[in-house]
Write a protein that binds this ligand. Structure first.
Ligand SMILES: [Zn+2]
Length: 282
């Protein structure tokens, strides 16, 4: 196992009893929703060591029983679940399937990446991690009664993956969005559905949030979310133009609002499996 996790994170209060926790590692953002009887943990970090730090931070804030929701199957959001057990672990059924199908490949790819970047401790922690499979299905929506407040777990459509969940806390007008949104870095298209993604973000905005917590970066206001949606719509239009052979992939890449960000240049359909090999965590 790796050494001590030195990336201890910092809390950001985004609503009454709704907390985000920010990490230097991958600029990750996870969440905590405090009810009167239960607390909801949104994402669990990237390995068992990181998950243990995150669980200890949660336990320093609340002794309430915990439930976990995983926004999606990328390792940095869901490989740290073990430290929270025993507890219910909510996710879209396709998230469970994706963890099962891709965990070994994600471990190998990212352990190699951490080794290359001079962080063998994180590489070793990741290699030693066996991610927990979610045991509670969300398809398309589940409302959790946290005691005096509710949290709505919602699948709003394909986007960053085919199984992104968002967490809507209506009484605080906060939405925790996972990697459907990223602040401070371009969205990750490695497993994405570009044609669907802007519509999914529009559905998120229809929830009426005052604050949206992205999966990476700082909390966003609705105007920033709309800007990112519009940029995603530009990407979708470029994908469509490539698919219709109106422009070639190189032209589309040059016109992209996210220049230099890898994307397939081929419009995805449900029959295309997610492609691996991106250089960046999503
Ligand atoms: Zn992701």
């Amino acid at each position: 196992m790796g050494g001590v996790d030195t990336d201890a994170g910092r809390w950001v209060e985004v609503g009454d009893g709704v907390l985000a926790r920010r990490y230097t590692e991958l600029d990750l953002t996870v969440g905590l929703v405090l009810g009167g009887e239960r607390a909801l943990v949104v994402d669990t970090r990237g390995d068992e060591r990181q998950g243990a730090e995150w669980a200890a931070a949660v336990r320093a804030v609340t002794a309430l029983p915990i439930e976990v929701v995983l926004t999606h199957a990328h390792f940095d959001h869901c490989f740290g679940t073990a430290a929270f057990l025993p507890c219910p672990v909510h996710a879209h059924p396709a998230c469970r399937a994706a963890i099962t199908a891709t965990a070994a490949a994600q471990r190998a790819e990212w352990a190699a990446c951490y080794h290359e970047h001079g962080d063998p401790a994180t590489a070793d922690a990741l290699t030693a991690t066996r991610p927990v499979l979610p045991d509670h299905r969300v398809d398309p929506a589940v409302t959790l009664d946290l005691g005096g407040r509710s949290a709505d777990l919602r699948y709003l459509g394909r986007g960053h993956t085919d199984h992104d969940l968002v967490v809507h806390v209506p009484d605080s007008a906060v939405v925790l969005a996972g990697d459907l949104l990223e602040q401070g870095a371009p969205p990750d298209f490695g497993d994405a559905f570009p044609a669907d993604w802007p519509h999914t973000v529009t559905a998120l905005l229809a929830l009426g949030p005052r604050t949206v917590v992205p999966g990476h970066g700082d909390p966003m206001d609705p105007g920033e979310v709309a800007e990112q949606r519009d940029a995603l719509a530009e990407v979708a239009a470029l994908h469509a133009a490539v698919g219709a052979r109106e422009i070639d992939a190189g032209t589309a890449e040059r016109r992209s609002p996210y220049p230099g960000v890898p994307w397939s240049g081929v419009p995805r359909t449900a029959t295309h499996p997610p492609e691996k090999g991106d250089s960046r965590a999503g």
